[in-house]
Ligand binder design. Structure first.
Ligand code: FAD
Length: 363
C-alpha cells in the first residue's frame, strides 16, 4: 500500500525523519519548506550549528534515550560515508562548579559532570587527573566525538532522500493542515510531520506558546587548533559560552558562543564576538601563532542562530488538526543534531501507528 507523507521543514529534524521514512519504498514523501540547505536565515537554525555530539540529556529522560540512540547512526555515517561531511575529533570538556547555577552551566550540567552516562557511549572516555587541571577547573574529561560540517551534511541528507524518491518543494504555510493538500502526487497526505522548529510558535494549528529561542552567536575562522573544547561557562556573563570545534572537509572552525534565552536578534553583536574570540584564544592558544591575539584569527564570517527551545522539552507526539493526522517533531534546543536520529526514530514509529490504523480502516 502506498503512503502519502508530507514532511514540513528541511532542517536536520525534517531531513533525518524524511531520510528514515524514504528507506521504505511504500512511502511517497514530499518535503516542503520555506528554507532549504544552502540558505542562511535567522528562521532556520540548522545551518548555524557547529555541530557536534556533546550529550546534555539528563540520565533516564527521553532526551537521554534520543542522544543514546543517535550516536550509533552518526558513527556509522562517519565511518561509511565520508562524503556526508562528518569526522571524528578529540574532545576536551572543562567543568567549574561555580558555573552550575548559570544558564550555560545548567545547559551543560550532564556534559560536564565527572561521571556522565555517555562515558560508555563515546570512544576513548578518560577523566583528566586532578593534578593536571588548570587553576579554577574542578574536573575535566576527554573523549572522541564527531563534528558535522552542516554545509555538507544537510545537502547529503537531501541527496539520500532524493535518491530514495522523495520530492523537495519550497512552500510557506500559515496553517499546518494546509500542508496535507500540497503532496506532490496531488492526493491528500495521510500524515504531515511537523518539523518547523521555532516557527511552531506561530504556525496556525500548532501555535505552541512553550517555544522560545536561545540565541547562539558564533565566529567561523580558518584557523585549526586540533581538538574540540567546551566549558561549563565563562566569566563574561551567565549566558555566554565557550566552545571550539573544527568542522570536517574544510568547513572551518566554529568559535562559540552564547545561550541567550528569549533574545530574537539575528544581528551579530561585535562586542560579544570579541569576547568569544578572546576566550577561545585564552583557553586554546594554539588557535593562533605564538604571541598573537585576535588579530591572528582568519575570520570567514560572524553568525547568529536561534536554538528552538521548548519549556517541558522536545515535542514528539501524534495530533489531529482539522481532520489531518500530524506527528510533531520539534523543539530540539541546542541538541538537534546529537539527538536527530533518536528523535526521528520516535517520530517514525508514530507515523507507522497512524499508517497502520489507516490500512486497518480500509480493510
Ligand atoms: P530548523 O533547522 O529551524 O528548520 C525548520 C524548518 O522548517 C526550515 O526548513 C523552515 O524553513 C521550515 N519552516 C518553518 N516554518 C515553516 C512554514 N510556516 N512553512 C514552511 N516551512 C516552514 N545541535 C547539536 O546537536 N549540536 C551542536 O553542536 C549544535 N550547535 C548549535 C550552535 C548554534 C549556534 C545553534 C543556533 C544551534 C546549535 N544546535 C546544535 C542546535 C540545532 O542547530 C537545532 O536544534 C536544530 O538545527 C533544529 O533543527 P530543526 O530542523 O528542528 O529546525
Amino acid at each position: 500500500m502506498t503512503n502519502n507523507i508530507v514532511v514540513l521543514g528541511a532542517g536536520v529534524s525534517g531531513l533525518t525523519t524524511a531520510y528514515l521514512l524514504s528507506q521504505d519504498p511504500d512511502n511517497k514523501i514530499t518535503v516542503l519548506a520555506k528554507h532549504m540547505p544552502g540558505d542562511y536565515d535567522i528562521e532556520y537554525a540548522s545551518p548555524w550549528a557547529g555541530a557536534n555530539y556533546m550529550p546534555v540529556g539528563k540520565e533516564g529522560s527521553a532526551h537521554h534515550k534520543w542522544e543514546l540512540d543517535t550516536w550509533p547512526a552518526l558513527k556509522e555515517i562517519t565511518e561509511k560515508y565520508p562524503e556526508a561531511g562528518i569526522h571524528f575529533r578529540g574532545t576536551l570538556i572543562y567543568n567549574r562548579k561555580k558555573d552550575q547555577e548559570t544558564d550555560t552551566g545548567k545547559w551543560f550540567s550532564e556534559l560536564t559532570q565527572p561521571n556522565p552516562w555517555y562515558k560508555d557511549v563515546v570512544p576513548d572516555f578518560k577523566s583528566v587527573p586532578s593534578d593536571q587541571l588548570a587553576p579554577g577547573v574542578d574536573n575535566a574529561q576527554e573523549f572522541t566525538s564527531v563534528c558535522i560540517n552542516t554545509a555538507v551534511y544537510l545537502p547529503w541528507l537531501v541527496g539520500q532522500c532524493v535518491k530514495n524518491g522523495a520530492v523537495f518543494e519550497r512552500a510557506v504555510f500559515k496553517h499546518i493542515a494546509d500542508a496535507a493538500n500540497a503532496h506532490h502526487t496531488g492526493q491528500k497526505a495521510d500524515v504531515v510531520i511537523n518539523c518547523t522548529g521555532l516557527s511552531s510558535k506561530t504556525l496556525g494549528g500548532v501555535v505552541d506558546d512553550k517555544m522560545y529561542p536561545a540565541r547562539g552567536q558564533i565566529v567561523v575562522v580558518r584557523n585549526d587548533p586540533g581538538p574540540m573544547v567546551s566549558t561549563s561557562g565563562t566569566d563574561d556573563g551567565e549566558d555566554e559560552a565557550l566552545y571550539i570545534m573544527t568542522r570536517a572537509a574544510g568547513g572551518g572552525t566554529i568559535l562559540g558562543g552564547s545561550y541567550q534565552k528569549h533574545n530574537w536578534s539575528g544581528i551579530p553583536d561585535m562586542n560579544l564576538a570579541n569576547r568569544i574570540m578572546k576566550r577561545c584564544i585564552d583557553i586554546c592558544p594554539s588557535l593562533v601563532k605564538k604571541g598573537q591575539g585576535i588579530e591572528g584569527l582568519d575570520i570567514i564570517r560572524h553568525g547568529v542562530g536561534l536554538r528552538p527551545l521548548r519549556e517541558g522539552g522536545t515535542r514528539i507526539e501524534k495530533d489531529k488538526v482539522d481532520g489531518v493526522a500530524i506527528v510533531h517533531n520539534y523543539g530540539h534546543g541546542g541538541f538537534g543534531y546529537q539527538a536527530s536520529f533518536g528523535c526521528a526514530y520516535s517520530a517514525v514509529s508514530l507515523v507507522k501507528e497512524i499508517l497502520q490504523n489507516k490500512s486497518r480502516a480500509k480493510l
